[in-house]
Write a protein that binds this ligand. Structure first.
Ligand code: URA
Length: 446
């Protein structure tokens, strides 16, 4: 950090509602990354931003400074045959889009260096799902990561210490100072990490509904607008979709169960449900933004071919094998993926139609089963979760359960079944689920 600038003067300016210059923001982020800013100062700064906000120019400067606080991946020396593309989601339940989208984009000519996270709160994490595959390394060396991105077109791995270290520190302080829910801090945190991956285009899936991190449709829309605007002003064309999370996206939630679902979809065995529709929409936007399709029809046709031909499935198989997983996972998922010892159908108290779901509560039921973490160092049980989750508008009765609990013990299964019954409202009337794709916000680099 610059010796001639007192951080408390910059914090004071933000506290008093002034806009910070890009230089001031960079000085503060340097101090975050090199440790010269104390935890007390980071907390005060976060609270000043939380209370007074940041305008778009400040948020762009904060995003760029976080992006540049560590290594920024560069791909030019690899002479890739297509654009470098990625997707990020604000997180949900039964949201395994990344597992399908990454290989699908690779099969259409893109290169996807996807750095994913672990589960957070009630939401599942792509990394935890992939860790359910025996042998799969989420922390390969950088040479393996780059080789897979070039040769296979996709590698999904975990955060490395070298990418956006300023965010790691800022996020840890926000987490304990009641400053997580701040739009500029959320936008710069998400984008600082994503844009450090050297992308040509990004697509963002902002969830809305009872399982979403943003509490209202207005807030979700605001986040989507801000992400698209800030990312494109920071040099990466970005499309943000607002998609429904008022029920799990897949009919399952957990880790191994979601990998099984991804394999079903990639091998053409998964129908055309909500999950595939959202994944196709996001992937189509990426093909357009990356110049891999001239228009929406061409994007759709290219995606359909890549799925039907088995090319997308083949990319998934090569990624898994390349990162240490089994070579025959697609042919024999049950030979490799763990299964829970106890299965219990959770039936509704009376027959009827599913009216609505508390998706967050379903996610928390998965966490309570051991499929997510209550503390950062907790181990996950990859086998547990929920399967066969009934959708809004579906009839349930003595035969068709609300969901099937996959548990490690009978006691855990019974507790989860109670949670499922509480989370799902059954009534007499027909029920229509909310619109799946609620908004599409496209932003070019100005
Ligand atoms: N995810 C992030 O990476 N950062 C936030 O601030 C919120 C969600």
């Amino acid at each position: 950090m610059r010796a001639d600038v007192l951080p408390q003067e910059l914090i004071r300016a933000k506290r008093d509602g002034q806009a910070l210059s890009p230089e001031a923001i960079r000085t503060l982020v340097d101090g975050l990354a090199d440790g010269s800013l104390s935890d007390a100062q980071v907390g005060a700064l976060a609270m000043a931003i939380f209370l007074n906000g940041m305008d778009t120019a400040e948020t762009v400067a904060l995003t760029e400074a976080i992006r540049d606080s560590g290594e920024v991946l560069a791909w030019a020396d690899l002479d890739l045959s297509g654009p470098v593309l990625d997707k990020h989601s604000t997180g949900g339940v039964g949201d395994l889009v990344s597992l399908v989208l990454g290989p699908w984009i690779a099969a259409c000519g893109g290169h996807v260096p996807m750095i994913s996270g672990r589960g957070l709160g009630h939401t599942g994490g792509t990394l935890d799902k992939l860790a359910a595959i025996p042998g799969y390394s989420v922390t390969p060396d950088i040479a393996t990561f780059r080789r897979l991105v070039r040769e296979v077109g996709v590698a999904i791995i975990g955060q490395t210490g070298e990418l956006a270290p300023a965010d790691k520190r800022l996020y840890a302080v926000r987490d304990v100072t009641a400053t997580v829910e701040s739009l500029p801090l959320i936008v710069s945190s998400i984008l600082g990490k994503k844009l450090a991956c050297g992308l040509d285009a990004l697509v963002m899936d902002v969830k809305t509904g009872s399982g979403a991190f943003m509490p209202t449709p207005e807030k979700s829309r605001e986040l989507a607008e801000a992400i698209a605007a800030v990312a494109s002003r920071a040099g990466t064309p970005t499309t943000a979709l607002v998609t429904d999370m008022s029920q799990p996206l897949a009919s399952c939630a957990g880790n191994a169960v979601e990998v099984r679902e991804a394999i079903r979809l990639l091998t053409g065995d998964g129908g055309d449900g909500r999950l595939l529709r959202v994944t196709r929409e996001l992937a189509g936007e990426l093909l357009l933004a990356g110049g891999l399709a001239a228009d929406r029809d061409a994007a759709r046709a290219r995606l359909d071919r890549a799925l039907a031909s088995g090319a997308a499935a083949e990319r998934f198989a090569r990624m898994v094998a390349g990162l240490g997983g089994p070579h025959d996972l697609l042919e024999h998922p049950d030979r490799h993926l763990p299964a829970a010892p106890v299965q219990l159908a959770a039936h509704a108290e009376r027959a009827g139609i599913v009216q609505r779901l508390d998706t967050r509560a379903l996610g928390l039921a998965v966490v309570a089963l051991g499929g997510g973490r209550r503390a950062p160092e907790e181990r996950i049980d990859p086998a547990v979760g929920l399967s066969d989750i009934a959708a809004i508008g579906e009839a349930v009765d003595g035969e068709r359960p609300l969901a099937v609990v996959q548990a490690a013990s009978r006691t855990a299964a019974e507790r989860a079944a109670r949670q499922v019954r509480q989370a799902m409202t059954v009534g007499e009337d027909a029920a229509t689920p909310p619109t799946l794709i609620q908004d599409v916000i496209r932003r070019e680099v100005p």
